[in-house]
Structure formats: structure tokens, C-alpha cells
Design a protein around this ligand. Structure first.
Ligand code: MG
Length: 320
């Protein structure tokens, strides 16, 4: 039992939420200091042991694009086979998918953009060209029995274009689902969204025939809005929420150290609302505290900072 937390349910929310852990991929890819593969393997194992059932472990991207994840094959090969089949790996193209298939991966993700500016900068393609690139990846993955998650970035604002039309989000989302993605993750890549916007986008997707069960949300806490936006999404029936252990990963497109919503902050809210996650918060805090030692700086997560002493005590007692 976490000291100070007294769970009280709020009506109209899901009873259980899947926390989709992005720290080992989305978090670490922005870390400037090279992290040894053994530490990454230990991170994934500890996250799984803490009860996280959905973990994005790495990316089979070309090493020169993301040097931090150049050891993706080594990391995946070192995972226990059962865990290897459960984690998700980001694949940017058919070559990346071939590496995932060879490694025994069961779940992959592709990364699309709702805006032309971000597609040009991140993928060096137009939105149409990037979708044309993903179509054979998704077809081959689903044909091989893999599940495919489709990321959709810049859904709520773009640093070069400003506001993003809801119709653009709905259009690209629909094309990812038609391709065969089984889940969409709506990204607030620069963290500017506020709850009304979240509801507007979710309602537009549902109005276009998208099942809310297929939608995940990926909020960044750059402007302190991630948990408010999460609550709005839960109220609309979303049951999968992305987060990064310890708040790993700054935002490369906004001048802020605060990027991904911290998994601990999310879990504190969910458990406080009486929502089941299957996650042991103490074990998660201990993991982020351990990783912060390797990164050489404290976690930006409020919950990690509040509970770190407690979790360390538990770890020393061997009870975490
Ligand atoms: Mg992110």
C-alpha cells in the first residue's frame, strides 16, 4: 500500500487500463549518453517484472539514424524468449520488419505523422509517401501473424504548422487502420494539447467509425497537461495509455526537459481512481531510480521523486 493514497473511483471510467510502456524505445532514443545493451535488457526485464504487460523494447531503425538504439538486435536476443514474443519493436521499413521477424518478435509498430512538416523532417517523405512505405510493412507483418500498432504523431499541434486540423488526424488514422494496424496511438508530440482538444479528436475518430478500443493516447507533459488529457481520454473510453518509466525522454521538438508522461505519475492517478493496471508501483519506482543512476541525473517524475526513498527501503528489504 502506497502511503497517502486512498483510492476513490470516479464514475464512467474503465475498470482496467493497459499502460503501454515506451521508455526503452521512445525514452532512451533521446538520451545523449550511450547506455550499455546490458542495462537496456535489465530495464526491459525489470519493467516486465513490475507488471508492465506492454513494453516497446527498441527500434529496428538504421543504426546511423538513432545511434542509441544501434544495439537493438543484441538487446532483443538477450531477452527471455517468452518476453521477446511479448514486447513491441518499432520498425521504420521492410528491412526493419525483416530483422524483427528474424528475432522472433510478435508485435511491431510503425510511426506515421498527421502533418506534412513532421513527415518531411522525421521521415523525409510526404504523408502519402510515408503511408505508401508502411503499407507493405503492415501487410507483411499481419500476414506473418504479428500485431501492428500505428503511431500517429502531431495530432494536437505541430511546431512548424501550428494547429492541426482534426480532419487530417481522422484521415491518416483511417488509412493506418485500413492498412491493417490493430491499434492507433495518438501522439501529442510537443505536449501542447488540452483536454477539450483530446475529446474533440476522439469524438471525431469515433464519429468516423473508429472503435475507441483501438485507440491509445500518447501524451507529453511539456506543458503539464498530460494527466489532465489522460483523464479526458479515459472519460471517453480509452483503455490504453502510453507512458515512459521515470519520464524518460525529453522532447526534441520543444525546448524542455519534460517529454513523455512518466509511467509512475500515470499509475498513481490510475490506482488513485481505483483502476486496475497490474503494475507494482514500488517496483517501478525502484526501476526508475536504478536507471537514473545509469543516466547520471534524477528522474523528472513527480511520483518517482516523492516515493524514491520508500521504494529504496523496500528494495533493501527485498520486498519490492
Ligand atoms: Mg513520446
Amino acid at each position: 500500500m502506497i502511503p497517502g493514497q486512498h483510492p476513490v473511483p470516479l464514475g464512467g471510467l474503465p475498470g482496467r487500463v493497459t499502460v503501454y510502456e515506451v521508455g526503452p524505445r521512445d525514452g532512451l532514443q533521446n538520451e545523449p549518453v550511450a547506455i550499455p545493451a546490458a542495462v537496456k535488457v535489465e530495464l526491459v526485464r525489470r519493467l516486465a517484472a513490475a507488471g508492465l504487460g506492454a513494453i516497446e523494447a527498441t527500434s529496428f531503425v538504421r543504426p546511423e539514424w538513432v545511434p542509441q538504439l544501434a544495439d537493438a538486435d543484441e538487446v532483443i536476443a538477450a531477452l527471455p524468449p517468452g518476453l521477446r514474443a511479448e514486447v513491441t519493436v518499432l520498425v521504420p521499413n521492410v528491412r526493419g520488419l525483416e530483422r524483427a521477424l528474424a528475432a522472433g518478435i510478435g508485435r511491431v509498430a510503425v510511426f506515421a505523422s498527421a502533418t506534412e512538416s513532421f513527415a518531411a523532417r522525421n521521415l523525409n517523405r510526404t504523408v502519402d509517401e510515408s503511408l505508401a512505405m508502411f503499407a507493405p510493412v503492415v501487410a507483411r507483418a499481419t500476414g506473418a501473424g504479428l500485431t501492428v500498432r500505428g503511431y500517429l504523431s502531431m495530432c494536437f499541434g505541430d511546431p512548424w504548422e501550428g494547429p492541426v486540423p482534426v480532419s487530417s488526424v481522422v484521415s491518416v488514422a483511417g488509412r493506418l487502420l485500413e492498412m491493417g494496424c490493430s491499434e492507433l496511438s495518438l501522439g501529442d508530440t510537443i505536449g501542447v494539447a488540452t483536454p477539450g482538444q483530446v475529446v474533440e479528436v476522439l469524438d471525431a475518430l469515433v464519429g468516423a467509425g473508429v472503435g475507441i478500443g483501438q485507440v491509445a493516447v500518447h501524451f507529453h507533459d511539456t506543458y503539464g497537461q498530460a494527466l489532465a488529457n489522460t483523464l479526458a481520454a479515459l472519460q471517453r473510453g480509452v483503455t490504453t495509455v502510453d507512458a515512459s518509466a521515470g519520464g524518460l525522454g525529453g522532447c526534441p521538438y520543444a525546448r524542455s526537459a519534460t517529454g513523455n508522461l512518466a509511467t509512475e505519475d500515470l499509475v498513481w492517478q490510475l490506482h488513485g481512481l481505483g483502476i486496475e493496471t497490474g503494475i507494482d508501483l514500488d517496483a517501478l519506482v525502484a526501476t526508475s531510480t536504478w536507471l537514473a543512476g545509469h543516466l547520471g541525473r534524477p528522474s523528472p517524475s513527480r511520483v518517482v521523486r516523492a516515493l524514491a526513498g520508500t521504494a529504496d527501503d523496500h528494495e533493501e528489504e527485498g520486498t519490492s
